[in-house]
Design a protein around this ligand. Structure first.
Ligand code: C2E
Ligand code: MG
Ligand code: MG
Length: 331
């Protein structure tokens, strides 16, 4: 099967242009899966469609669970198509705290979807579906607009410069009109550009250096900040850290969550040292305990985001936190 895939992935030359094919193969076995030809074809098709759903260039053997997963994914996709119209999306805001002062200096906008039939669906489940179907473009634009509009409102109320960070999918990031969209939204809501931060992942940087740097330059030229999300989980090329002028590195929760029981924190420390050398700000994600907080503080991590301080909050609760000064931790 792998040989077949390799062969099919070879480019085909059409009028001097190389054309690449994506392959999705579904396999159903006669007698094992079904002794009935019609069913066999149906199962083969389900396996193929499931392969298509899970990503490019893969093959899948039919199994009962596959049918269930395929139908679930299909349901998710159908419901997601109308999520925007039905007003089912919202943003939660998770505070980012300055270690030294314990002040809230920013929030990360996190997408939430509450569907009438499926209930709450986690972004880890529906973002990949949105990306595969390109629904991520209208949804991502909605997130940008909502976060900018909301943050401007908070700026007006509090007069404090609190940044809002928005996650961008690689698919959104690659679109040439992204800088223009951001620019127009900032103008529309009169939101200072320095109060917007975009979060991109390492994958984007490695994939297409040249296109990426141009896109990043255009976005940075607006005055918008750029953070690298989930740092350490991807390729972590040091070259791009040197090449691009990033405002912030986010250490992934992966390197925090098992400290101190099952992790000495050596990777987190290494990232902190590296960032200090390069003069980049660091925020640690997923900080849940006091031990983790103190460890990061000792190692000069400037900012923290995690349940230890705050979970993601509704817009209303975040606003209360900003305006009422709910008592902070004192330890
Ligand atoms: P992320 O950008 O790395 O966001 C951090 C995730 O960690 C969030 O999960 C947050 O709720 C969770 N988290 C924060 N602190 C803690 C903690 O102390 N402990 C634990 N266990 N978890 C913590 P969430 O909201 O489920 O989002 C998951 C991922 O979905 C995000 O990871 C991001 O990659 C993606 N995502 C969320 N919103 C958007 C969006 O608007 N657009 C795009 N493209 N992706 C989004
Ligand atoms: Mg993020
Ligand atoms: Mg992250």
């Amino acid at each position: 099967m792998n040989k077949m895939m390799t062969y099919l992935k070879e480019p085909v030359v059409i009028e001097n242009e190389k054309v690449y094919l994506n392959v999705s193969i579904g396999i159903a076995v006669f007698q094992e899966d079904s002794a009935d030809l019609e069913k066999l074809i149906e199962y083969g098709n389900i396996a193929k469609n499931y392969a298509l759903q899970t990503g490019d260039n893969t093959y899948v053997f039919y199994e009962k669970e596959i049918r269930v997963n395929y139908l679930n994914n299909l349901k998710l996709e159908t419901e997601l198509r109308s999520a925007l119209e039905k007003n089912e999306l919202s943003l939660a805001y998770q505070p980012q705290v300055q270690v030294e002062t314990r002040a809230i200096i920013a929030s990360e906008a996190l997408l939430r979807w509450n569907n009438e039939n499926l209930g709450p669906v986690s972004p880890e489940q529906f973002i990949p579906v949105a990306e595969r179907t390109d629904l991520i473009i209208p949804i991502g634009n909605w997130v940008l607009e909502e976060a900018i509009k909301q943050n401007k409102k908070w700026y007006d109320i509090t007069n404090k410069k609190i940044v809002v960070a928005v996650n961008l999918s690689p698919i959104q990031f690659k679109r040439s009109d992204l800088p223009q969209i951001i620019k127009e939204l900032l103008e529309k809501y009169q939101m200072p550009a320095e109060l917007l931060e975009i979060e991109i992942t390492e994958g984007i940087l490695v994939e297409n250096m040249e296109g990426t740097s141009l896109q990043l330059e255009k976005i940075k030229a607006l005055g918008v900040k750029v953070a690298i999300d989930d740092f350490g989980t991807g390729y972590s090329s040091l070259k791009y850290l040197q090449n691009f002028n990033f405002d912030k590195l986010k250490i992934d929760r992966e390197f925090i969550k098992d400290y101190p029981q099952h992790d000495t924190g050596s990777i987190a420390k290494t990232i902190l040292n590296l960032a200090a050398q390069m003069d980049i700000n660091v925020i640690a994600e997923g900080v849940e305990t006091q031990e983790q907080f103190l460890f990061l503080k000792e190692n000069h991590c400037q900012q923290i985001q995690g349940y230890y301080f705050h979970k993601p909050l509704s817009a209303k609760d975040f606003e209360m936190l900003l305006t009422e000064k709910i008592t902070d931790r004192v330890d």
